[in-house]
Design a protein around this ligand. Structure first.
Ligand code: WTA
Length: 633
């Protein structure tokens, strides 16, 4: 089985070995899987290109490792435990044997629709078992999945479908989230009207059973296609470096980019990190509350847990429906042992009051996880005391869509925990802090730019269709190193604390949003001339979105304008990118070369007015005072 570290001494020893003999270390992790053909070389990487290959020439299928491999020992064990949005509805349990059969049926169905190895399939679905089944079915036949979070707009969906040149979209009729019903199929229809010319068919899963528009040429019901398919489908042998999935994520500039992960390295790393970070034991019930539309759902709802033979829970609903005790009610109902969520959810539930945490038996919890954004001290303590009852180590896991898996985290019961600290790297991961001049900061008690100076198996391979962009964004700032875009601080004992993005990416409720994307969206509003967007501290969301807008003369910053701007952003990107604050300004602080000085706008948004720094290089220094007056009177 994949390595499971059990003590601090072992961690330290293994970490050292992993740095001294990385190939030996990773080969030992990879050997525990089923390979159709062994690799000839553990790694072949050149980070300046970047050209990244792991388990070179190896052949495998990740679903054989997620499913078939477990049948002899745990065929009857629950693989997926699904908890519905409505607490009065019944849960669904799929054993490993049943899940394999379902995946095979869908694989055969996809083949029947002409989906072949290498074709891209976009998913736009709620958190139902069919989403996980569909994703695995793609992997089984070698199709590349790209899951788009079902909160994105038709336009955003169309952009991603076009970029991936997807042949098929798989969606549901409607999505049930809390008390809301979302017309998913309608959004797909709208996306198809916008563009999506590469799409030949849309497969629709009947979820709520509501009425939908239908086109016989394009649309097909999931149940009609899948019913009667064979329960056996031979897994496609994939090269280690064949694409497994594309996942779109926001960067500082331009449109979201398609982060590419490949089969071999991702398989090895997602399983290895899952087992160690959550210290999963046979029979445990593991629950990650993320959406499968984000990387956390890919690596730690679907692949990591299934590769490790775990029972993984999928929750359809939201933390506050029917009330703010839902998470804890579910933990008690299913005797959850490992619980993994985002700080924004913790802060939101904390704000609803402690009474919701009471009357639920949380005594089965062993490990609590946090992901996606810095967890503030207050939320950390609340999580620790009210949920973990001071008995459960909190793993504050730092990683990114691009890293494929958790990189820096405490190991529960093994390394210590300290509020706000993601702490130590997993063995095999070599983080470093860099200064702006490109020198590595070696001393402790220092802050710098977070890089990873040695390759790891699940690292980003490319950005789909634009390799140069991948090189520019991640591998150019510090040659020979992967640049994360985050700033971090190392304490006197070597623990790392992630401070946050140093680029123009905002982290709103754990969702990555590019300022440029939001600005482009706002600029589509007919009364907007120019806009500048920055993040600012927000009690619940971590960061909120502050939009400074130059509007056409005669535009008032009244309700209808604000509503209009928000609607425009919802339409172009999705409700998650709606600005929290909108201010009409007479001008924007710009340098002589015309660049917006966001540093100043960030300070104003955060109400940090004491020290505006040097404004002398501004083309229009007076505008700063004018904006401050408008914002704070
Ligand atoms: C941030 C999510 C502080 C960070 C898995 C990173 C965190 C971005 C943490 C990636 C953490 C993630 N502490 N910040 N534990 N985890 N981040 O791609 O800024 O959606 O660069 O991946 O989230 O977001 P992504």
């Amino acid at each position: 089985m994949t390595l499971q570290i059990q003590s601090l001494e072992q961690y330290q020893k293994i970490y050292k070995e992993s740095v001294e003999h990385p190939e030996k270390f990773w080969a030992a992790q990879a050997e525990t899987f089923t390979w159709r053909k062994p690799w000839s070389k553990v790694m072949e990487t050149n980070l300046s290109e970047p050209s990244i290959k792991w388990f070179v020439d190896g052949k495998l299928n990740i679903t054989e490792n997620c499913l078939d491999r477990h049948i002899p020992t745990k065929g009857e064990q629950t693989a997926i435990l699904w908890e519905p949005n409505d607490p009065n509805e019944k849960e669904i349990r799929l054993s490993y044997r049943e899940l394999l059969a379902e995946v095979c049926k869908v694989s055969n169905a996809l083949k029947q629709k002409g989906i072949k190895k290498g074709d891209r399939v976009v998913f736009y679905m709620p958190m139902v078992p069919e989403l996980a089944i569909g994703v695995l079915a793609c992997a089984r036949i070698g199709a590349v999945h790209s899951v788009v979070f079902a909160g994105f707009s038709a336009q955003a969906l169309a952009d991603r479908v076009d970029d991936a040149q997807a042949k098929m979209i798989i969606c549901s009729d409607y999505n049930q989230r809390g008390a809301k019903v979302i017309p998913v199929k309608q959004i797909v229809d709208d996306a198809m009207d916008i563009s999506c010319n590469s799409v030949e068919s849309v497969l629709v899963h009947r979820n709520t059973g509501g009425e939908v528009n239908w086109s016989d040429e394009i649309d097909q019901w999931w149940h009609e296609l899948v019913e009667g398919q064979e329960e056996i489908c031979t897994p496609e042998p994939m090269d280690s470096e064949d694409l497994l999935f594309i996942l779109y994520t926001s960067g500082s500039t331009g449109k979201p980019k398609g982060v590419v992960h490949t089969c071999g390295g991702y398989m090895v790393y997602s399983c290895y990190s899952f087992k160690n970070v959550f210290q999963y034991q046979e029979g445990d019930i593991y629950w990650c509350t993320a959406d499968i539309g984000w990387i956390t759902g890919h690596s730690y709802i679907v692949y990591g847990p299934l590769l490790a033979g775990a029972t993984t829970m999928i929750f359809e609903g939201v933390p506050t429906y029917p009330d703010a005790g839902r998470f804890w009610q579910i933990c008690a109902k299913h005797k959850v042992n490992q619980f993994y969520t985002a700080p924004t959810a913790i802060r939101a539930l904390m704000a609803c009051g402690d009474q919701h945490t009471q009357n639920h038996d949380l005594s089965d919890l062993k490990v609590l996880g946090s992901v996606g954004e810095p967890i503030n001290e207050e939320a950390w303590h609340w999580y620790n005391e009210k949920i973990g009852k001071n008995q459960c180590p909190i793993v504050d896991t730092w990683w990114q869509t691009e890293t494929g898996g958790i990189m820096i985290t405490p190991l529960p019961g093994i390394t210590d925990t300290k509020p706000c600290y993601a702490s130590y790297p997993l063995p095999g991961i070599q983080p470093c802090l860099m200064d702006a001049e490109g020198n590595e900061i070696l001393e402790n008690d220092k802050e710098g730019l977070l890089c990873i100076k040695y390759p790891w198996p699940s690292m980003i391979r490319t950005t789909y269709g634009d390799h140069d962009r991948c090189k520019q964004v991640y591998f150019s700032a510090f040659p020979g190193k992967y640049f994360t875009g985050d700033g971090a601080r190392r304490d006197s004992e070597g623990r790392l604390r992630i401070i946050g993005r140093v680029d123009d990416v905002i982290n709103v409720s754990g969702h990555r949003i590019g300022t440029a994307e939001v600005e482009n969206a706002i600029n589509e509003h007919p009364s907007v001339i120019e806009s500048a967007v920055v993040g600012y501290p927000h009690d619940i969301k971590g960061q909120g979105i502050f939009a400074y807008i130059i509007a056409e003369q005669g535009t008032w910053n009244d309700d209808s304008f604000q509503k209009g701007v928000k609607q425009t952003v919802s339409k172009v990107i999705g409700p998650i990118a709606k600005p929290d604050m909108i201010l009409i300004v007479p001008g924007l602080p710009k340098t002589r070369s015309g660049k917006i000085m966001r540093r100043i706008l960030r300070k104003i948004a955060a109400n940090e007015l004491d020290n505006m720094g040097d404004t002398s290089t501004l083309l229009n220094p007076n505008v700063v005072d004018e904006i401050i007056k408008l914002a704070y009177g």
